[in-house]
Ligand binder design. Structure first.
Ligand code: ARG
Ligand code: ZN
Length: 853
């Protein structure tokens, strides 16, 4: 069944107040819900409540037991005659049998919830749609010894003991909220606490709740929480609004984390961090996700979404906000490089494949399938473009106006655009195409120089490719930051310009261009587009050394590498010298910081190289990439060793400089290994053994695991034994092997799927093996189709337990059109086999059926 945006209608009934009494038990939980319901407008339709896998054990209307209700198509229908009624419903649940991890479920001895998008209907009957906002009062009851801590949304208002070893806790949330923000947690938890005083003097008690052994790993997250609370006051003028802010970490979670009002629930991988078990990447991700969920308190909770088609209203904006936050904590350029890398790795392929959809979709079958890189990351780029066009102050005025106008309501993407237009004095009529048109725009930029009259002409063209359901597109507004540099002097030729390309084609003239100009375009990745230029390898090498925007330097280097690799794949060989010289320049530039160098000298991934080709030959791509890596390793061996040595630290420290050094150290180690140096494995093993932190240890392990050295086996065993009781680190043990570039990776991964520590029941573990393997382009695309078969087998098994997590892993198989006939046929075969599986979930059905189209 397809849900369409055009069919939106306001709710028939509102639920201004709701009270819940939840008597918790893993085997049998009683949920008693009391709703005050109000007819919304003049109509005679019954009250229709969503319910999924639940049955009412009893229904009361205005205090009288009722039997006039019916069950139709998943809905509970209750005829009502007046304007206001009190409806009370009791439901029984078995959270320990909930393997989907939506609704109320058990994880490692805890009971917890996940309701977004449509999990609340698995807990009780309710109009499960984000435009029904209610004030919640919740009483939790549970066995006190087993569940000493009882948490829900809002502020705590009372606790007490009951008979039979039970106790209760009452929670009141004064802010009306949609049911997808409902949450509860019960368990034996301890808290890391601190106090935060808001700008206007409210004292908020912050707590991060975990199981006792994990308490020592929560300082980083708690610190990130205070930092993001202050940042949102300073940068967006947004303050926190309750007396408590609780975060709970759970091991079994379908995605990253959830912004439930006053009670965020997190995948433990985005909370727990200490130097021995978390990499620098993990530390950064913890801070970013803590900030993201906190920022939702305004962009998501105080102002929520009218319907799920508006999902990017809260997600795109909140991702943009967390990206800005992270950029402010360290190197903004490196953060931007990482964001763009993520966009290209996850969103561009989505936008050019069978699952492409607009940032504001027009239809869906299963909303869980739309928590995508397009909604999140492209959505953030759309907000970023508005910020670029408006400038900081007008963008802030637009954001203030948006929050003022819509506080306490469920808003739309259109409301956001209108606030920006009104406060920013800008016309976004054409810009709105970014919300409605899918597909990554392609820009062709040709620069010509007439030395005689000192003029340069830049001719620009745009084209938005067809996507499923959208065969023809209109030209979009592309904000392009552009600057020219003089090839002789290396100096800028004039100021940077922000050019808004609005038409299919445009020409820009540059005057007094007295020397040969080199084009720097889409600086800072000001528009999320693909740019093709007539720049030569020499131009790109020049920019990689002389551009004054670090992001643009990185881009020039990437483009040079990409051009070289594409030539190598299509012609069977390529000249590596320009890349080698450019990498040497960057690597030995004393003015650059290590974090930037480490990013800039990395080759584009196998899949990104594949994305440039008409038909992907994974073996040829990986051979070309390995050959360039080997040549870079050999030609610059002394420089890599020098960088490796200068990045050595005496002891662990978590600071931007120390992080940069660790990053460069492991990147250098990788190149030393790629050179084939005899001592590379030994160097890696020594780093592995002596490391006092997970970044160095995993960096060394990654190098070893792709090598031919026997010591890789020893390292894997040491790593496994050291961390066998730490699920998050064991995930790394699985994923590192699944990502190996060795020839035997597929066989190793098949074996790991039978390992006693492997289970599909835990989403992190499933992703660590199956998810990681399916993005290992060469191994997954083994020509005989064994990689496809392995993944399809796992997805069929996972779908029976957890459809949401299974459906998320479909896209790599869905990209069959990009590969040669032989592989495409095998991939389609596996998709067809999945589709033919009896009892397939609608999550999987939608993803697989669309992928076959
Ligand atoms: N709102 C959460 C976040 O981005 C994620 C919820 C994901 N839900 C889903 N059904 N996939 O912070
Ligand atoms: Zn979010």
């Amino acid at each position: 069944r397809v849900i369409r945006r055009a069919d939106y209608a306001a709710p028939d009934w509102l639920v201004p107040d709701i009270a819940m009494v939840i008597d918790l038990d893993p085997a049998q939980t009683h949920v008693r819900t009391t709703m005050s319901v109000t007819r919304n407008g003049a109509h005679d339709r019954p009250l229709r409540l969503d319910g999924d896998m639940i049955e009412p054990s009893i229904v009361w209307i205005d205090g009288i037991e009722a039997d006039a209700w019916t069950r139709t198509g998943g809905m509970l229908e209750i005829p009502l005659t007046g304007q206001h009624h009190i409806v009370e419903i009791e439901v029984l649940l078995a959270p320990e049998r909930n393997t989907q991890l939506m609704g109320l479920y058990a994880s490692g001895g805890l009971l917890c919830t996940q309701c977004e998008a449509e999990g609340f209907r698995r807990i009780t009957f309710f109009p499960d749609r984000p435009d029904v906002l209610s004030r919640y009062k919740v009483r939790l009851i549970a066995n006190k010894a087993r569940f000493p801590v009882l948490l829900a949304n809002g502020d705590p208002v009372g606790t007490g003991d009951l008979e039979d070893g039970k106790h209760y806790a009452d929670w009141d949330d004064p802010f009306p909220k949609p049911c997808y923000l409902f949450a509860l947690v019960a368990g034996d938890l301890v808290a890391n606490r601190t106090t935060f005083v808001t700008r206007s003097g409210r004292e908020v008690s912050l707590a991060i709740w975990v199981r006792a052994p994990d308490l020592a790993k929560t300082d980083h997250a708690l610190h990130a929480l205070s930092t993001s609370m202050r940042w949102d006051e300073e940068v967006y003028g947004r303050e926190y609004d309750l007396d408590v802010f609780n975060i709970v970490a759970v091991d079994d979670f379908n995605f990253g984390a959830m912004e439930n009002k006053g009670l965020n629930i997190f995948n433990s991988r985005y909370i727990l961090a200490d130097p021995d078990t978390a990499t620098d990447y993990d530390y950064d991700a913890v801070a970013a996700v803590v900030a993201h969920e906190y920022f939702h308190n305004w962009s998501g909770n105080r102002v929520t979404c009218r319907d799920w088609f508006q999902l990017s209203l809260k997600e795109g904006f909140t991702v943009y906000r967390d990206q800005q936050f992270s950029a402010d904590q360290g190197s903004a350029a490196v953060k931007r490089i990482e964001d763009v890398r993520t966009l290209r790795a996850a969103q561009f392929p989505e936008d050019s494949g069978p699952l492409a959809h607009p940032v504001r979709p027009d239809e869906y079958q299963e909303i869980s399938n739309f928590y995508t890189a397009t909604i999140y990351n492209k959505g953030a780029e759309v907000i970023r473009m508005m910020a670029t066009m408006l400038g900081r102050d007008r963008f802030r005025a637009g954001s203030d106006l948006y929050f003022d106008r819509h506080d306490g309501t469920a808003a739309t993407v259109e409301d956001f655009a209108l606030a920006m237009e009104d406060a920013g004095e800008i016309d976004l009529a054409q810009f709105r195409l970014w919300y409605s048109q899918a597909g990554t725009p392609r820009v062709t930029a040709t620069l010509t120089h007439h030395a005689g009259d000192g003029r340069a002409m830049l001719s620009l063209r745009q084209h938005v490719p067809a996507t499923p359901g959208q065969p023809t597109k209109q030209p979009m507004v592309l904000p392009l930051r552009i600057k020219l540099f003089g090839a002789d002097t290396g100096k800028p030729l004039g100021e940077e310009r922000l050019f808004l390309l609005r038409d299919a084609a445009a020409e820009i003239a540059f005057e007094t261009v007295t020397e040969t100009p080199v084009l720097s375009i889409n600086r800072g990745f000001s528009a999320p587009v693909v740019v093709e230029t007539n720049r030569t390898a020499a131009d790109l090498a020049f920019l990689s050394a002389h551009d004054d925007d670090p992001f643009a330097r990185y881009e020039a280097m990437q483009q040079l590498m990409l051009d070289t690799l594409v030539t190598a794949v299509t012609h069977g060989h390529a000249d590596h010298q320009a890349v080698i010289d450019a990498v040497r320049n960057t690597l030995t530039d004393a003015n650059l910081d290590s974090a930037f160098i480490a990013e800039a000298v990395l080759l584009p991934s196998d899949s990104f190289i594949g994305d440039q080709l008409a038909v992907v030959d994974p073996d040829a791509v990986s051979a070309a990439r390995e050959a360039l890596r080997r040549d870079l390793g050999r030609a610059l061996e002394r420089d890599w060793r020098e960088a490796y040595e200068r990045s050595r630290a005496n002891r662990f420290e978590y600071s931007p400089a120390a992080k940069g050094a660790r990053r460069l150290r492991t990147v250098s180690l990788g190149y030393i290994a790629a050179s084939g140096a005899a001592d590379a494995a030994e160097l890696a093993f020594v780093q592995f053994e002596n490391a006092d932190n997970m970044t160095d240890r995993q960096g060394a392990l990654t190098t070893l695991v792709s090598s031919h050295a026997d010591s890789r086996i020893a390292a894997l065993d040491i790593f496994y034994n050291r961390y066998s009781d730490n699920p998050l680190v064991l995930d790394k043990w699985f994923s590192t092997q699944a990502l190996s570039s060795r020839d035997d990776t597929l066989a190793v991964v098949e074996e790991l799927a039978r390992h006693r520590d492997f289970t599909l029941a835990n989403p992190n573990r499933a992703r660590a093996l199956v998810g990681a393997f399916s993005v290992n382009q060469r191994a997954f695309h083994a020509a005989d189709g064994r990689g496809y078969r392995f993944v399809a087998d796992q997805l069929i098994a996972l779908d029976k337990l957890n459809p949401q997590t299974a459906a998320k892993l479909v896209p790599p198989l869905g990209r069959w059109k990009r590969f040669d006939e032989g592989r495409a046929t095998l991939m389609r075969g596996e998709l067809e086999r999945i589709l033919a599986t009896p009892g397939l979930s609608k999550d999987m059905f939608e993803q697989v059926a669309k992928s076959l189209d």
